[in-house]
Every structure is written in C-alpha cells, then in structure tokens.
Design a protein around this ligand. Structure first.
Ligand code: HEM
Ligand code: HEM
Length: 370
C-alpha cells in the first residue's frame, strides 16, 4: 500500500490467500459434481463455498484499512482509494448476489444485472485501476499527472458504474425506467473513463521511450488503451438499437475479453513483472517477456476483432430475418480466427509460466542491485 508503511499483517494476507484458493478448489469440485447455485451467471458457487471468500474479503479489508490508518503520509494516495473501495464494493456485491430474500422472479434478474456489472466494474476494474495509479507513476519515475482528475474519475466511477447493471437486460421484462437508468449510466461512464485515461496518458508525457525500452511499461500501456476502448465499446453496446443488434451475438464475448484480458490480465502481468524480480532478485529473459507480450497482444486482437465483425454481420442477418443456419455458416471463418487468436493467447500463457519460473525458482540473471 502506498502509505510509506509496510502492510499491517502478513499473516492476515496469507489467511486471506488460503481462503480464496480453498474457495476456488472447493467451488471447482462442486461445479464438476453438479452442485451449483442454479442459473445465476458468475455466481454459480454455492453459499458455503462463497463464505470462504467472504472471510478472505473481510480479512483483506481489515488489513488494508489498518495499513492506511497507520500511514506515514498525510494524504491517502489515489490507488489506495481505488483498492480499498474495490474490496468494500465486492463485499456489497457478494452480499447482494447471495442474500436470499430478493432472489425470485424479475427481481432476481435485476440482482443478476447489478451483480454482473458491479462484479466487473467495482471489483476487477476498480482494483486494477488502483494498481495502474500505483505502477504507472512508479515505473515512469514521476508523479501522477493530476490529483483532481483522479478525484473526478473516482467519484463519477462510483456514481455511474453502480447503476448500470440493467444494461445486461435491455428489452427484458423489467421496468423501462430501470433499463433507461442503465443506459444513461452507461453513457455517463464516458466521464470517469476519459478522466482516468487522460490522467494516465499525461503521466506518460516525456517518458514515452519507456514503452519501448522497458519490459513492464508496455503491459500497463496496453491496459490503459484497452480501458478506453472497452469502455467506449460498452457504452455503444448499451443503447437500445445496438443492444438489439449485438445482445445474443459473440460481440459481448469479444467485449468481455477486451476488458478482462486487455485491462485486467495485462495490468496484472505488468504488476507481476515489476514486483517479482524485486522480491526474488531474479529477472526473466527479456526476449521471452517480449514473446509473451506480443503473442498475448496479437492473439487478443485476432480473438476479438474478427469476432466483433462476424457478430455484427450475424446480428444484421438476424434483423433481416435470414435463416439461423445461414448465420452459423457465416460465422465459420470468424470463429476460425478466434481459434487462432485464442491459441496464440494460450501459447503466451505457457511462456509466462516459464518466465515466472525464471523469476522465482530458477537460478538466473541476478539483479545488479537486489
Ligand atoms: C464504461 C464501461 C462499460 C460499459 C458501459 C459496458 C457495457 C456493457 C454492456 C451493455 C454489456 C451487455 C451486453 C449484452 O449482454 O447485451 C456488457 C457485458 C459485459 N461486460 Fe461490459 N461495459 C463496460 C466495461 C467493461 C469492463 C471494463 C469489463 C471487464 C473488465 C467488462 C466486462 C463485461 C463482461 C464480462 C460482459 C459480459 C457479461 C455476460 O456474460 O453477459 N465491461 N458490458
Ligand atoms: C487463452 C486465453 C483465453 C481463451 C482462448 C478464452 C476463450 C473463451 C471462450 C471460447 C469463451 C466462451 C465464449 C462463448 O460463450 O462463445 C470464453 C468466455 C469468457 N471468458 Fe475467456 N478465454 C481466455 C482467457 C480469458 C481470461 C484470462 C479471462 C478473464 C480474465 C476470460 C474471461 C471470460 C469471460 C468473462 C467469459 C464469458 C463471456 C460472456 O459470457 O460474454 N477469458 N472465453
């Protein structure tokens, strides 16, 4: 945490990590055994499994709060607002998803929409934006461009991102006014997105050479660019006509990967390549980090661009009332590109595994100043 202080309790951190991993192990076993929470997308784990996650979240929140409370700086740095509030929102989101008394009929659909997008926006995105506010200035060795833009982006993100859940269910049998709130919130998201992206990119000013001559900064740069692209794409997808066109197509799948893969995964990879060599004193082979980056980057483009184009053509075909099977035939080539892109992404993960091994277990190039 950026408080000129060490984390409050390493032990609490380990317990939280253990609980999270136990949740994933038990959750996966349950899913494979057919024990699940019914049709709730992304909340398939049954509640006793999720209780482990609740423990992890509460311990993490205590750990983060205490660290910030004992900080040696006057201000609370932006990345701390994002990371701490991400944990707070995840607790709210998980409770909303699992408390039983509003889980029937149409209200379950509304809860599902709130859960899905707040999971994406208030957990993963908020957390990763916090990491970017930390890593970008740290790696570029200069302060963030503007504190005030950070404040604007943070509060408008909270204002708009928490009300857009119903954009997952445009034309569903839920009140029109709620759907309109979702659409208006989705358009409002342009404010926090532009403010945050501007802040990050202006911080790069004068340091562009680091995008090409370091192996960590390109990952953060890609995450920032995709934050912009995926959010604008999301806003475009939320309107009535466009949602009618894209909702049931693979356009959403492309959007999901541009976001999760392009922002979250790239941001976390950058963070791992920044931190792990500092902790272990071992660096990965730079050429292999490059191979990881390019395979993942090109793979993602090949996965998502053809999928989006094919999905748009397919949606238009459906609107024209053409036979369904024709749209399946149409998708063939576009799905082939998705398979090629996905294979490149998979290959990049194998290289990342090897790089991680280099940074941790292998006796490799020692850092000059460990
Ligand atoms: C301004 C920001 C964003 C807006 C307005 C937005 C909008 C949307 C809309 C309208 C849909 C529903 C599409 C449909 O089912 O018809 C959607 C789905 C989705 N979005 Fe976003 N999005 C945004 C940012 C993001 C980000 C940053 C991520 C990932 C980190 C993301 C991940 C997803 C995922 C995973 C789905 C699919 C959910 C499902 O399986 O149904 N979105 N988004
Ligand atoms: C090698 C890398 C990956 C490949 C090849 C891949 C492939 C796929 C495929 C084939 C689907 C099913 C799409 C469908 O319903 O037709 C899917 C769904 C999904 N994947 Fe991935 N994926 C990869 C990595 C990731 C990562 C790293 C994340 C998250 C960080 C992710 C998040 C998702 C999400 C949220 C969905 C559901 C999307 C929706 O329902 O709209 N994927 N993925």
């Amino acid at each position: 945490m950026v408080s000129n202080n060490s984390i409050f309790s390493i032990k609490l951190g380990w317990i939280a990590l253990l609980c999270t991993n136990l949740m994933i192990i038990f959750g996966t076993i349950c899913l494979m055994a057919g024990i699940n929470n019914g049709g709730g997308e992304f909340r398939e784990y049954i509640w006793p499994v999720m209780a482990l996650f609740a423990v992890a979240l509460i311990l993490t929140l205590i750990n983060f709060f205490m660290t910030v409370a004992r900080r040696k700086t006057k201000e609370i740095y932006i990345s701390n607002w994002y990371i701490v509030s991400s944990i707070i929102f995840t607790i709210i989101v998980a409770l909303t998803a699992y408390l039983p008394f509003w889980q029937d009929g149409v209200s379950e659909t509304i809860v599902q929409g709130y859960f899905m997008h707040s999971g994406v926006g208030m957990w993963f995105t908020l957390y990763t934006l916090g990491l970017l506010y930390y890593f970008i200035p740290q790696q570029l060795n200069k302060p963030i461009y503007a504190y005030s833009l950070g404040i604007l982006a943070f509060w408008t993100q909270i204002l708009f991102y928490t009300i857009i859940g119903t954009h997952h269910f445009i034309f569903a049998p839920i009140p029109w006014w709620l759907q309109t709130v979702g659409i208006v919130g989705s358009a409002g998201m342009i404010i926090p997105v532009v403010a945050a992206v501007l802040n990050y990119l202006m911080t790069f000013r004068g340091q562009w050479h680091k995008v090409t001559n370091t192996y960590t900064v390109p990952f953060f740069f890609v995450a920032v660019i995709y934050y912009f692209i995926v959010s604008i794409q999301g806003t475009a997808e939320a309107f009535k006509y466009t949602n009618l066109l894209w909702h049931f197509t693979d356009f959403t799948v492309a959007h999901a990967h541009l976001g999760f893969y392009g922002i979250i995964t790239f941001g976390i990879w950058g963070g791992i390549y920044t931190i792990v060599p500092r902790l272990t004193g071992k660096e990965p082979i730079q050429m292999l980090v490059g191979a990881h980056f390019w395979l993942a980057f090109i793979g993602l483009l090949l996965y998502t661009i053809p999928l989006s184009v094919g999905a748009t053509l397919r949606g238009l075909m459906w609107m024209d009332g053409k036979p369904f099977i024709d749209s399946v035939v149409l998708m063939f080539d576009w799905w082939l590109w998705r398979a090629i892109g996905g294979s490149l992404m998979f290959l990049s993960h194998l290289i990342f595994m090897y790089n991680f091994y280099q940074m941790t277990c292998k006796k490799s190039i020692e850092l000059e100043e460990a």
